[in-house]
Design a binder for this molecule. Structure first.
Ligand SMILES: [Zn+2]
Length: 421
């Protein structure tokens, strides 16, 4: 095990590397590195050099995932996957995704050549954010065999398809099936910044993710009667915007009194949209999330009833349609428990929590046991250049990771798991 000062030095190195990768960008002004964009080549070159210096063998699969392999103690040993994504949003911070890849490389370094009963494959996913093609998780989808013809045919703003983008990057789209996980994978572990204020509020550096929340996105259309704002008495109006406003407050109210629910109306459009005209049509969106699918559906049903009654009170009608319905994904209970122990051994109080955002772990959980560890995010700020991490928290994350690897290496229950159940 590394000394505390050794881990502090390694943590500083991890942070410096994340900052270095943030300078490899499509934009001069800020960090932006989308799926298979030219700077991704430079990013791969940089991360590969760190991996190769540790004796890892490095490949890039056909969707552009960077994969570095550190072998296990014996030739036929199974492997675990660790990593996160290397793509970014526009005007990004330095740590979202990137930290999970760089930290995993740091963990391999901290082993000092020690071989475990399993190999470690560090994956830097090529695409998680969905910026270029409007579809997230292309990188991790390839590992579970979910990159199909429809996805390959999707086009970016310049009319370049996913297939063409793969070719332009120098890869062969006909080899995507080779990216699929083999049956020697015991599980996936992802370190990621929390991107929210929960850990900071609870004064804890590290959190164990129990589930990634399910989410529903809907669009509501309130239809009333457009009319003159001066001549129509208040009791004879059918104001679609007032009905929507009434309902929006009901959304906030229900979410505030239902534990675990987050609900947001992030878009409203009223028509015709003039100061002296009663709105006849109002469109509003709803985003609602919870770690339990049942709790989410029950809350959603209640909000639909509330929309109907807010409309009925004003002689307005309401229709809605579902834009997205995604179920919650549980993280592996055994790994979550092991992570909790590892956090305690690192001298921290673990915090069990749900992730309000989607992550690569959610996709891999379809096929292999997956787990996530969150790092406290100062100010809860992410997707912004001011995104940061505390040096001590990164050192604690490394220490937790080392304990976790040691525990798993000694666990017959883990090593005896049938791969890809
Ligand atoms: Zn991320």
């Amino acid at each position: 095990m590394q000394t505390t000062s050794g881990l502090a030095n390694l943590a500083a190195k991890v942070i410096a590397r994340c900052r270095k990768l943030a300078s490899i960008s499509e934009d001069a002004g800020g960090a932006r590195r989308t799926f298979l964009s030219p700077p991704m080549h430079d990013c791969h070159r940089e991360v590969s050099s760190w991996m190769k210096a540790l004796g890892m063998s490095v490949t890039v699969d056909a969707v552009g995932n960077l994969r570095g392999f550190y072998p296990g103690a014996s030739p036929g040993a199974p492997r675990i996957l660790m990593g996160s994504h290397l793509d970014t949003v526009p005007n990004a911070g330095a740590f979202d995704g990137i930290l999970g890849v760089v930290l995993a490389v740091g963990l391999v370094e901290s082993l000092n050549g020690l071989k475990l009963p399993f190999g470690i494959e560090v994956v830097g996913f090529s695409e998680e954010e969905g910026v270029r093609f409007g579809v997230p998780f292309i990188g991790s989808r390839a590992l579970v065999g979910r990159v199909d013809e429809e996805l390959l045919g999707r086009k970016d703003e310049r009319g370049v398809s996913v297939r063409k983008a793969i070719q332009e990057f120098g890869l062969n789209p006909n080899e995507i099936s080779k990216a699929v996980l083999r049956d020697d994978v015991l599980g996936y572990i992802e370190f990621h910044i929390e991107q929210g204020p929960v850990l900071e509020n609870s004064g804890r550096p590290l959190g164990v993710v129990e589930a990634i929340v399910g989410q529903s996105r809907l669009e509501f259309n309130f239809s009333g009667q457009t009319n003159h704002a001066g001549t129509t008495p208040m009791n004879l109006r059918h104001d679609a915007l007032a009905a929507a406003a009434d309902w929006i407050l009901a959304v906030e109210n229900l979410a505030q009194r239902t534990p675990g629910i987050v609900a947001t109306v992030g878009f409203v459009e009223a028509k015709p949209g003039a100061t002296n005209v009663i709105a006849g049509e109002t469109r509003a969106t709803l985003d609602i999330r919870h770690a339990s699918d049942r709790a989410r559906t029950e809350a959603l049903d209640e909000l639909i009833r509330q929309a109907e009654s807010a409309a009925a009170r004003r002689g307005v009608t309401v229709k809605w349609r579902t834009l997205l319905a995604q179920h919650a994904v549980a993280m592996d209970a055994f790994l979550a428990e092991q992570i909790e122990h590892a956090i305690q051994k690192a001298g921290c109080e673990p915090h069990r929590m749900a992730s309000g955002a989607g992550h690569d772990a959610m996709i891999l959980a379809e096929q292999i046991p997956a787990a996530m560890i969150f790092l406290r995010t100062p100010g809860g700020i992410s997707h912004d250049p001011s995104e940061s991490v505390h040096l001590d928290d990164v050192a604690k994350a490394l220490e937790c990771g080392l304990h976790l690897l040691t525990q798993l290496a000694a666990s017959q229950e883990f090593l005896g798991r049938t791969c890809r159940a």
